[in-house]
Design a protein around this ligand. Structure first.
Ligand SMILES: Cc1cc2nc3c(=O)[nH]c(=O)nc-3n(C[C@H](O)[C@H](O)[C@H](O)COP(=O)(O)OP(=O)(O)OC[C@H]3O[C@@H](n4cnc5c(N)ncnc54)[C@H](O)[C@@H]3O)c2cc1C
Ligand code: SF4
Ligand code: SF4
Length: 606
């Protein structure tokens, strides 16, 4: 619901002379003897709350906190504050689907704060190798050190390694690939996420003391049992890399029909890929769009065939728009029906049929239904299949409880196991039942690290969970777990969310966000180089100026000015915020009404 401004609701009073003003009593003496605080049955308190943006970020990123530091030009502090909850800002600042921006309260006024771009700006300021100010030392506590083996170096594996290392674990990451980073390195193309950005995060992890073991496949080079017998904890983060096959192609032998994921990996490894001139991509997710844009950059004419409409497409709308600008043709409401192959095993023809949308299915989207007899040909030298990926559980043997597509875990992400011998095994990222995004994978790594630490300390994770959960979703605060001080040294309420209904928009003026610097499509479509630059210092500071600091006191003085009982007391420069003189505060709540950002709460007296 759009919040209504008071100027839109207000009644105008016009006074022609002072006689029109209601007479009032004025005391010429001192009224301090009249302690009006005694009339009160509710009282205001200063209480910082969770802004809508932080509530929407699956990693519980304290956006307002580091934006404030950034606005003060305290760049290094902002960087480390950001990394308290979200360890890889240069990565997420490039590829996150920005759930925070969709929720940003500023949207009601003009446009959301460009949080993802700011995150990228902060992440790019410092090399991840900069020594971590909070890194614990192993010296003198060897009896308390626990070891953790991480299987898979994608974002969930990187995240659990980062947080577990901060908790004092000795961590080793194993990956079967020579190039570390999972999908970040082998799936998402360089033009969206430069290789160097991912590689430098591994330099950072390595300098924190995390041991990196590339080229080591668990289940082949080392059996999983060896890890469970030699480490105290094991975290499985092997993602979902097994491409789902299309029934239509099951009996066709043609080397020009390939999984889109395979092509992305080949390009990332620098291998030679021959696609021909015309490429058809089947599917509508991230893999389909990245494969289509990769093929465009290889000079191909590309058609994406998706069986539902644009609205139902799982790929991010921004990616789809950019792909369209680069020349990718989209055939929505279409599905492959027949593929004919020439004698030399090249593709002769791809026949597609038109679809229409039927009633909603179990995925919550409209079911695509074939339109009888309406077909068309799509010329194609190569067909790339991108209809989804499932995890590969072969290396687990029969140890764990899983369906075909996910591993079942408890609330603490410990896997439900048939044979609980040796190490406790946890899992995260795309192999468990969470949305397949980088930030969800990072959040699962954080959660598992905290759960393992609780286990090591012999405390119940379920009790801790209630103390560190932020807002109304599943996000957890690592800062709260570590008892790190917030930016504003005032009472924190981690459960109350400040959404747009709580903001007094009259106190904010319109200020448009800065324009994104993005290369035109005709230039970027010929190159694998990044096409989108990081904000300049001026642009970043402009965006921080726009932040309304929802739910957080900024010492704006509104409460001080408006209090009719002069009960708000300004403090010394050294002490943040205000004090309330409860001898005279009547609990009228004017301070709450006039606080632009809802940083005051009225609580029952007593
Ligand atoms: C093409 C593509 C583009 C995407 N784009 C985005 C995007 O822009 N934004 C976004 O938020 N999300 C995006 N996603 C989704 C996101 O990348 C995933 O949700 C995320 O990478 C999952 O992380 P993960 O750690 O679970 O696994 P992964 O990133 O898949 O990493 C798993 C790692 O485990 C290793 N491994 C597997 N088996 C073994 C074994 N037996 N032994 C040792 N190592 C093993 C693999 O080599 C791999 O390195 C995209 C996905 C794809 C496929
Ligand atoms: S990680 Fe994603 S959702 Fe969270 S603050 Fe950054 S851009 Fe927003
Ligand atoms: S205005 Fe600032 S604090 Fe408020 S929701 Fe947007 S980014 Fe968050």
């Amino acid at each position: 619901m759009a919040a209504k401004k008071r100027s839109e609701m207000g009644i105008k009073h016009e006074f022609k002379s002072y006689r029109d003003i209601t007479p009032m009593h004025v005391s010429l003496g001192n009224m301090l003897h009249n302690k009006t605080g005694g009339w009160r049955f509710i009282k205001p308190i200063y209480e910082d709350k969770i802004p809508a943006c932080q509530n929407a970020c699956p990693a519980g990123n304290d956006i307002e906190g580091w934006v404030k530091l950034l606005n003060n030009k305290e760049y290094e502090k902002a960087y480390w504050h950001l990394k308290r909850e979200e360890p890889f800002p240069a990565i997420l600042g490039r590829v996150c689907f920005k759930f925070c921006e969709d929720a940003c309260n500023r949207t009601v006024l003009d446009d959301c704060i460009q949080i993802k771009e700011l995150e990228r700006f902060v992440g790019d300021q410092f090399a991840p190798a900069t020594p971590h100010p909070e890194l614990p030392d192993y010296n003198g506590q060897s009896d308390k050190i626990r070891s953790l083996a991480v299987v898979g170096s994608g974002p969930s594996g990187m995240s659990v390694a980062y947080f577990a290392r901060l908790l004092g674990f000795r961590v080793t990451i194993f990956d079967k690939e020579a190039l570390l980073g999972g999908i970040l390195r082998l799936g998402i193309p360089n033009y969206r996420l430069p290789r160097q950005v991912v590689a430098s995060e591994f330099e950072g992890l390595s300098l924190m003391g995390v041991e990196l073991r590339p080229n080591t496949e668990i289940g082949k080079d080392i059996p999983l049992e060896t890890l469970t017998q030699t480490f105290d904890y094991v975290f499985l983060a092997t993602g979902a890399h097994r491409s789902i096959q299309m029934e239509l192609t099951a009996n066709i032998s043609c080397c020009q029909i390939m999984s889109a994921m395979t092509i992305l990996k080949q390009v990332a490894r620098g291998e030679t890929v021959a696609l021909g001139k015309r490429v058809a991509v089947i599917g509508g997710g991230n893999t389909a769009i990245d494969a289509a844009r990769t093929a465009i950059r290889m000079g191909c004419h590309v058609t994406v065939i998706y069986r539902r409409s644009l609205t139902e497409m799982p790929a991010h709308p921004e990616e789809v728009r950019e792909a369209q600008e680069e020349g990718v043709i989209f055939r929505f409401l279409a599905a492959p029906e027949d593929i004919t192959i020439n004698a030399d095993t090249t593709i002769e023809n791809l026949v597609c049929c038109e679809m229409e949308l039927g009633p909603t299915d179990e995925s919550g989207r409209c079911r695509p239904i074939r339109k009888e007899g309406v077909t068309f040909d799509v010329p194609a030298d190569t067909i790339l299949i991108a209809i989804g990926e499932n995890p590969d559980f072969d290396y687990l043997g029969r140890r764990v409880c899983s369906t075909d597509t996910i591993i079942r875990t408890g609330d603490d992400l410990a896997i439900l196991s048939d044979h609980p011998d040796g190490a406790k095994v946890f899992a995260g990222g795309d192999m468990i039942d969470i949305p397949h995004t980088v930030v969800h994978a990072v959040a699962s790594g954080k959660k598992a690290a905290i759960a393992m630490d609780c286990d090591r300390r012999g405390i119940a994770f379920s009790d801790v969970l209630n103390q560190i959960r932020i807002g109304s979703g599943d996000a957890l605060s690592f800062s709260r777990y570590m008892n790190w001080a917030p930016v504003n040294p005032v009472l924190q309420n981690d459960q109350k969310v400040v959404d747009s209904t709580k903001i007094v928009y009259d106190y904010f003026i319109k200020m448009p966000g800065c324009e994104k610097t993005i290369q035109p499509a005709d230039l970027r479509k010929d190159s694998f180089e990044p096409y989108h630059s990081t904000l300049s210092v001026e642009e970043a500071l402009h965006e921080t100026e726009r932040c309304m600091h929802c739910g957080r006191c900024t010492e704006c003085d509104n409460c001080l000015i408006f209090c009719p009982d002069v009960s708000i007391l300004d403090q010394t420069r050294e002490t943040f915020g205000y004090a309330i003189d409860y001898d005279y505060c009547k609990g009228c709540g004017i301070c709450l009404t006039e606080c632009p950002r809802h940083a005051i709460t009225m609580v029952a007296e007593g």
